[in-house]
Design a protein around this ligand. Sequence first.
Ligand SMILES: *Cc1c(COP(=O)(O)O)cnc(C)c1O
Length: 356
Amino acid sequence: MNKINFFAGPAILAQDVLQEAQEAIVEFKGMGLSILEISHRSKQFVEVMDEAQTRVRSLLNLSDDYAVLFLTGGASSQFYMSAMNLLDEGQSAGYLETGAWSSKAIKEAKLFGNIDIVASSKDKNFSYIPKGYEINKDFKYLHLTSNNTIYGTQIHNYPETGVRLVCDMSSDIFSRPIDINKYDLIYAGAQKNLGPAGTTLVIVKKDVLNKVKRTLPSMLNYQTHIDKGSSFNTPPVYAIYVSMLSLRWLENNGGISSMQKHNEEKAALLYNEIDRNGLFHGSAAKEDRSLMNVCFLPTVEDHKDSFIAKATEAGCVGIAGHRSVGGFRASIYNAMTKDGVQRLVDVMKDWETTNG
Ligand SMILES: *Cc1c(COP(=O)(O)O)cnc(C)c1O
């Protein structure tokens, strides 16, 4: 039986993408070679890199003011690289603390400038998004985590701050439209909502670079990667290829606005069941619920393992919650189908019948 993949990351990819990715391993573009054994300087791979960048640009309506990069080191490397490139010693930046990933971003950024935590939801185990906080107009930028993968919260209304934004969009990039003009920098590890692990998408406004006084190592300077088209060193060829296929799939399926509608429908299906069914309840504040990572708890704590076993038996894998929240987490990224979500909802209904 085919499994429904609810894992948080690395995560589900569309079947069509996997099929094409598989074929390229055996033979790529009639070259008589696998994509795994060709040069990153070959015409065939350069075309892949170009297409990946072009598709990011068209999906997000990026102007030439922005550069699109495919880097390595994960979103975790962007925690320091963003601050290192944008924030000079003595300058200040605001950070919104909304979960474990934002806490890590704060820790790393502190190495490079004055970091002001403008608000935190740590007091309630990151179960909500703080609102109504003060922003210092002198901040070089405000750093946000758009979607908190572990806690199942998401920023639905962006603060009107007048300050430039830097955003970790690892787990919701391409799930909904964004107003790019507010951002100096966006980064996202590919392995949640874009592709396989191994590459990190970075979108950066070019004119904010080269302003800090510190000397940057070449590999940690965004300008190096802009100048060399993300091929200063050997890029992760296969991860970029599969990400490109996934961007192509996204465009062929109506682009971001139709993906948003699809994501809203899937999330509504699951949250409605969580709210209706007496054996479950959501863990995040309702107005801040994530459309990507749906976190919920069993009303009877003893039910946790047996429900996971039941879901797994029905083919729904990866629904155990992160240890810092407990309970369950169903990650329903772009590639998750409505039928997949329905299968989990059906297991919840059956569970109610047998245990209610
Ligand atoms: C997974 C995740 C990260 C870490 O990504 P890596 O690529 O493993 O470094 C950072 N931020 C968010 C929001 C994530 O979901």
